[in-house]
Ligand binder design. Structure first.
Ligand code: PHE
Ligand code: ZN
Length: 875
């Protein structure tokens, strides 16, 4: 590992085209745990006119055995991580032999072996851990790959493309694969192991048969069926909505339990974290089912947006990710539920992305400088990027948008493109001017839009005044006004829609100056503007609505986001209006407007039952923290607890009715309608149990939750009951945990819920519980799923424990991060995130957080990933 003194950020503007390209590569792997031989034979061509330029290949942690140029030994030097060969001809073949040790590779980048499976992860820069190569996305080559299995045999040997040979060699199995599409090294993949295989076929719309293969753990065949269904749905959807047909004869998906991320779109051979593949009614929740469908869609859609058209350099990451997230969101909207999908995506922006924008790692959708690329797989690149694509969709309209995307894919097919190429394509194809719109890609931060309005009785004119500023956690240089599409409507004091000729049928107002005023006719003194319907731009909007206005919008505007935002705003208003009373010992008034709103949502027939559960959610402590610049955390937790308790107590009877009326008969089926009923019923369960507990009827609460657990015929309900028992500390907690432990301890993926539920229990005691569970025989710090389940829950979903005032939460997290940094720096760097936002907290907590950060960064062997994030935070 290099010393931190050498860690240097790369800049977007320093991009230089490569001096050489590779056109063909033949790889041969002789797999073995600690001594895998990799032989690569690559055809290189000089691109630069500089005849003296040397060939410099990327490598990392490789043992070099031999280098041959056109079959003959040649001079080569290893300089740092690079292999340098001088005096090469313009066109030649280079043979490189290296040795790697997959079984001791805990970084899970490059080739690694765990749980008996050999598996690769090459995005973004993992291929250089396999062999010396031009490991950059703008070098596209055709791959031919031979895998010779290990001694003890691996039944399955896979790589991208088509199987062209197989058999035995010196008593070992081998397979040779050829991928007809040129690709960058980050899309290369290899898998070897023993699996159950689910086979199916898909007939494309032009009538070609594609063979589909899903590889899962031995014995998990049934748990892979929904994923296979989802593959077929994805293929069909991409044909019908985007006119894109699958291009290879086979499509393979493999599920593994050791994986740094969710899944990976390697050409024709997607590799998945098994959480996004394996589901069945007894081991997975409705949310798991939803996520499997969406992630399968996401990786499949990358086949065009990512694989066929790839990236010129990593600063362009959002080019493939934002468009693909937009596509998977539209897929979920079309096949599951548009409103639910939309509300979930908006939560990610307002919860997590706004926090990222306000923190020290804030960056534009197209970043300018990067030290460790793995740190930039962020909600800004992915989810804010998808909102930017959504705005383009809004501006162009569906038909023009689809045509523009198709034109872009045709123009850049087989090439490595940039975000600028994409925008130009959108402009050329739609004839719209996106000059100012580009600021969404270049300026970091969240626009804050302030609105006010007045009605002039004399002229009968309604004026809407808007202003915008850009707010960001890092200093911005001369920020300019953004191009903001505002989807809006007007309602009168009774909640009826009003039309004004100045707002055209699209309902879109373009706001693109620092300040702008718009006048409207045909409105009245009681007119209320309803702004940012469907969250038409990723901004924070501040408007002088009263609680009555929010109630009116919540009850009368059909748009799901407006309903949700009104409910949330009532809660935010209450919190901000009364939080001071907690510290000063005052008494809190009853949150009547909130109770009224939730009561309405639970009982009114006009509200889509699919949405009720989403709409009545009380924002989490983390979401509420995001609404403060500096927060008094203890008071915030207290006031949120108070609201939740009052809602539960006041609406206990309603929750009871909801609980009883949403019982599902018959066996479990996953579909959005049933899933929504279960979700609503399970939130009623929680509120009802809370109400009972708070009115000193603990035994009743306990009986309710225990019977819910025992009667559940599906995992969603079981987990909901277990969560209630643990988070409300009911007497049945021990019994349920024991039962769960003995039932599921041999199934790691299911057992992660045991860690997750306890790691997120909102109690200061959780710090001890987590320390104890880290010694549980099923905990494994090498496995990112285990770490995310236990430590990630505490870090990301448990502000009460993490920010415990004695500092033990911070110590726990920093101990784990420090240990993990030597094992898997990417996971370590992710976990540190919550500590980077120390500026939002009180002096005492700030001090403690800074101290642990300073301690971590003072270590000589700190990784570049962790170094980049901590140094951004503490300078
Ligand atoms: N490209 C993957 C996706 O979003 C994410 C990923 C990044 C996976 C880096 C592994 C490593 O689909
Ligand atoms: Zn992706």
């Amino acid at each position: 590992m290099a010393s931190k003194k050498n860690y240097k950020a790369k800049k977007r503007l320093e991009y230089k085209a490569p001096d050489f390209t590779a056109t063909n590569i033949e790889l041969e792997f002789n797999l073995s745990d600690e001594y895998t031989q990799v032989k690569s034979v690559t055809r290189y061509q000089r691109l630069t006119s500089d005849r003296k330029a040397a060939l410099r290949l990327d490598g990392q942690d490789l043992e070099l055995v031999e280098v041959l140029l056109n079959g003959h030994p040649c001079d080569s030097m290893v300089e740092g991580d690079c292999l340098v060969i001088e005096n090469v001809p313009d066109d030649f073949e280079l043979t490189v032999e290296t040795v790697i040790a997959p079984a001791s590779n805990t970084s899970l980048m490059g080739l690694y072996k765990t749980d008996g499976v050999f598996c690769t992860q090459c995005e973004p820069e993992g291929f250089r851990r396999i062999t010396y190569f031009l490991d950059r996305p703008d070098v596209l080559a055709k791959y031919k790959v031979t895998i010779v299995g290990p001694e003890y045999g691996c039944g399955v040997l896979l790589s991208n493309g088509n199987l062209v040979a197989s058999g035995t060699k010196n008593g070992r199995n081998f397979c040779t694969w050829e991928d007809p599409f040129p690709k960058p090294s980050y899309l290369f993949a290899l898998v070897a192991g023993s699996f159950d295989i689910i086979k199916d076929t898909y007939k494309t719309k032009s009538g070609r048969n594609v063979s589909l293969e899903l590889y899962v753990d031995r014995g998990a065949y049934e748990r892979g069926l929904w994923a296979m269904e989802s593959i077929k749905q994805s293929m069909k959807w991409d044909e019908s909505r985007f006119n894109l047909e699958y291009d290879l004869d086979n499509f393979k998906v493999v599920a593994v339990d050791f994986f740094n991320q969710g899944a990976m779109e390697n050409k024709g051979l997607n590799i998945f974290n098994s959480i996004y593949v394996l589901v069945d009614p007894h081991t997975a929740t409705d949310t798991n089912y939803f996520n499997v469908q969406s992630v399968i869609g996401h990786e499949y859609f990358h086949n065009y947006t990512g694989d066929r058209v790839t990236l010129r350099d990593w600063f362009q990451l959002s080019l493939k990710e934002s468009l693909t997230v937009f596509r998977d969101q539209e897929f979920s909207s079309d096949v599951a539920s548009r409103a639910l999908t939309r509300l979930q995506s908006i939560d990610v922006i307002r919860g997590t992305q706004f926090a990222e924008d306000a923190g020290p790692m804030a960056h534009p959708v197209r970043p300018e400088k990067v030290m460790e690329m793995n740190n930039f797989y962020t909600v800004t690149i992915y989810d804010k990027g998808a909102e930017v694509i959504r705005m383009i969709h809004t501006i162009l309209g569906e038909e023009a948008f689809i045509k523009a995307v198709n034109d872009y894919l045709t123009r850049y097919d087989g090439q490595a493109a940039t975000i600028e190429d994409f925008i130009v394509s959108m402009e050329v194809s739609s004839k719209k001017d996106l000059a100012q719109f580009r600021l969404w890609y270049t300026q970091a931060g969240t626009p804050h839009v302030r609105a006010s309005w007045e009605f002039d009785e004399q002229s009968s004119l309604f004026t809407l005044n808007l202003s915008q500023t850009l707010e960001c956690g890092v200093p911005l240089k001369n920020a300019s006004a953004m191009y903001i599409p505002i989807r809006m409507c007007f309602i009168d004091g009774k909640g009826n829609i009003q039309n004004s000729p100045e707002l055209d049928e699209s309902g879109i107002l373009i706001f693109n100056q620092d300040e702008q005023s718009y006048t409207f006719t045909n409105l009245s003194a009681d007119t209320l503007p309803v702004l940012f319907m469907d969250f038409s731009a990723p901004v924070k909007c501040f408007a002088p609505y009263t609680d009555d206005d929010y109630s009116l919008m919540l009850k009368n505007v059909a748009d799901p986001f407006i309903k949700k935002d009104s409910a949330t705003s009532l809660i935010n208003n209450y919190v901000h209006g009364h939080i001071d009373k907690i510290a000063s010992g005052g008494t809190l008034p009853d949150p009547v407007a909130i109770i009224d709103a939730i009561g309405f949502l639970l009982t009114d027939k006009s509200v889509d039952p699919l949405l009720v559960c989403e709409l009545i959610k009380i924002p989490s402590v983390n979401e509420l923290i995001e609404t403060f610049k500096v927060v008094d955390l203890d008071s915030l937790i207290a006031i949120r607890d108070f609201i939740e308790k009052q809602v539960a107590l006041s609406l206990a009877d309603t929750f009871k009715t909801v609980y009883e009326n949403n019982r599902l008969r018959g066996s479990y089926k996953y579909n959005i309608k049933d899933a929504s009923k279960r979700a609503l019923r399970n939130s009623a369960l929680y509120m009802l149990a809370l109400a009972r507990k708070e009115s000193e009827k603990v035994a009743e609460a306990d009986a309710l939750v225990l019977s819910h657990y025992e009667k559940a015929n599906n995992f969603t309900d079981k987990l909901a009951a277990m969560t209630c028992a643990v988070h409300l500390e009911l007497p049945c907690k021990g019994l349920i945990l024991e039962n769960f432990e003995s039932e599921w301890q041999h199934d790691a993926l299911v057992f992660d819920n045991f860690f997750r539920v306890q790691g997120s229990a909102p109690s200061e005691e959780t710090v001890y519980t987590v320390r104890k569970l880290m010694r549980h025989k099923r905990f494994d710090k090498i496995n990112p799923n285990r770490v995310r389940a236990l430590i990630g829950s505490l870090a990301f979903n448990n502000p009460k424990a993490l920010h415990k005032i004695d500092g033990t939460g911070y110590l726990l997290l920093s101990d784990v991060v420090q240990e993990l940094d030597g094992i898997n720096q990417h996971i370590a760097a992710r976990l540190i995130t919550p500590l980077l936002s120390f500026k939002r907290f009180d002096a005492k907590r700030q001090e403690m957080m800074r101290e642990v950060l300073h301690k971590l960064i003072s270590k000589d062997n700190i990784s570049s990933s962790l170094y980049e994030k901590i140094s951004a935070a503490i300078g």
